[in-house]
Design a protein around this ligand. Sequence first.
Ligand code: C5P
Length: 240
Amino acid sequence: VTVAAIVPAAGRGERLGPGQPKALREIGGMPMLVHAVRSLSRARLVEQVVVAAPPDGVSQVRALLLSYDVGAEVTVVAGGAERQHSVALALAALPAEVDVVLVHDAARPLAPSELADAVAAAVIAGHPAVVPGLPIADTVKRVAADAVADRPDAGEPVLATVDRHDLRSIQTPQGFARAVLAAAHEHATEVATDDAGLVERLGVPVVVVQGSPEAFKITRPLDLLLAEAVLAQRRVHGAL
Ligand code: C5P
């Protein structure tokens, strides 16, 4: 079995504030993308990595990854306007021998290598689609968001409290049999927020495995502080 990882890294990351593309922002003095690629290439089962870079930043990203010792064989392609297009473009660049594909956000730079291995192992064991997930800590309520969308100061009326015992917050890396992921992207008519969402539309079963608290997504400025704290703790424990 040959396992490759795709890293969509072409987003601007506007919720993080102005600046360079999110994947190139540094945490612990190293770009998030480098953290993400390094962790994947340290995974025992991952043999190659394809990065989807911002279309105007392909050579910059290539040079960046060369300047760090990221381990595995890395290819950089131009990403697209939506995350889903970036994944599809990277998928098209995979060599024929790849039969298992992990898709992992550059925006989750601290996801441990062990998580990539666990997801890949579950695919190799026969699951066509595997996603890491965690239970939800907060109480979740459904609100009439659309009813007050044009009145930012109005409170949002609560419609219901959702039973959270069977809800999971889904992370990456997500793992797929290559043929399943390729078919899901080929048949995609609408944009999904993750790759498994496209696979679900095909009617192919998707399973959730235990995620990792360190696989959190860096979206807002507070997430950068948390990432710095995780790296500081890893340094103390000699894990860097
Ligand atoms: O913006 P968000 O955090 O949801 O992005 C998730 C991942 O998808 C990030 O790693 C981002 O760089 C990537 N992305 C992409 N191409 C886009 C938009 C987002 O590769 N057009």
